[in-house]
Write a protein that binds this ligand. Structure first.
Ligand code: CDP
Length: 232
């Protein structure tokens, strides 16, 4: 028998999503994206000259992402400032987004993306990637596609999408497996796959299928938010 999810969702059901672009007027592009109680905000600055100079690439501009959880975003106040976790997530966010960007027209320059999680209930890296992808599009940078991201996983024996924090901490049976993914919105090219926990190799295909379906819904939400700005 399938397990009952802590918030009553079906196995393939995402939390309610909210997305809006243009939320930080001073940024070149910005967006907010939420999965239920997980809320991420992203701001894009650039392209601008990259310093220090030895990091410049004369062949292309580069993407630099900075992710952090704000102190008040979690129940036990988080110590401000970077951590090993935030450095790791900043790096994988860069890797998840870079394949969709074409910065060849901006040699020696950098595009900075700042991502802050203002409320966390698991899935913050994926909400951050969704917000950042929209913010990059809002900034008008050349993109091959939007990037959509969701954490799928396994609760005991069931494949589920968009785990919340209670589910990530699930201990019964086989426990919880957290499997964050990101992909191009309109093709099957994945740009992020991480795994925290255990899963049978033959079940990975099920996770990828569930993520692909979930990303179609995420893409619709992102597109709708971007079209809202075009209208104004
Ligand atoms: O957020 P995400 O699932 O991408 O990454 P994680 O490292 O697996 O963190 C899971 C969740 O743990 C976060 O979304 C927060 O809800 C929580 N967390 C926390 O309460 N305090 C921290 N310092 C870090 C994470």
């Amino acid at each position: 028998m399938a397990i009952k999810r802590t918030d009553g969702r079906s196995l393939t059901e995402l939390r309610p999503m909210i997305a809006k672009v243009g939320v930080i007027p001073n940024a070149d592009g910005s967006a907010i994206f939420s999965f239920g109680d997980t809320v991420a905000i992203a701001a894009v600055y650039g392209p601008k000259q990259l310093h220090p100079q030895h990091m410049q690439d004369p062949a292309t501009g580069i993407l630099r992402c900075t992710y952090d959880l704000l102190s008040f975003s979690v129940h036990d106040r988080k110590k401000p400032g970077p951590s090993r976790r935030s450095q790791e997530i900043s790096k994988v966010t860069e890797w998840a987004l870079s394949p969709a960007l074409d910065l060849q027209g901006f040699p020696n320059q950098v595009v900075d993306v700042q991502i802050y999680v203002i409320q966390a209930d698991a899935g913050t890296r994926t909400a951050g990637i969704n917000a950042a992808s929209m913010a990059l599009a809002h900034a008008g940078l050349p993109m091959k596609d939007l990037i959509c991201s969701v954490a799928c996983g396994k609760l005991d024996k069931d494949i589920v999408v968009d785990l919340n924090k209670d589910e990530e901490d699930f201990k019964d049976g086989e426990g919880a497996t957290d499997f964050p993914l990101a992909k191009f919105a309109t093709s099957d090219e994945f740009t992020l796959m991480q795994l925290d926990g255990k899963i049978q190799p033959e079940r990975v295909k099920e996770v990828i299928e569930a993520a692909t379906e979930a990303c179609k819904e995420i893409y619709e939400v992102q597109k709708k938010a971007l079209k809202e700005v075009v209208k104004h």
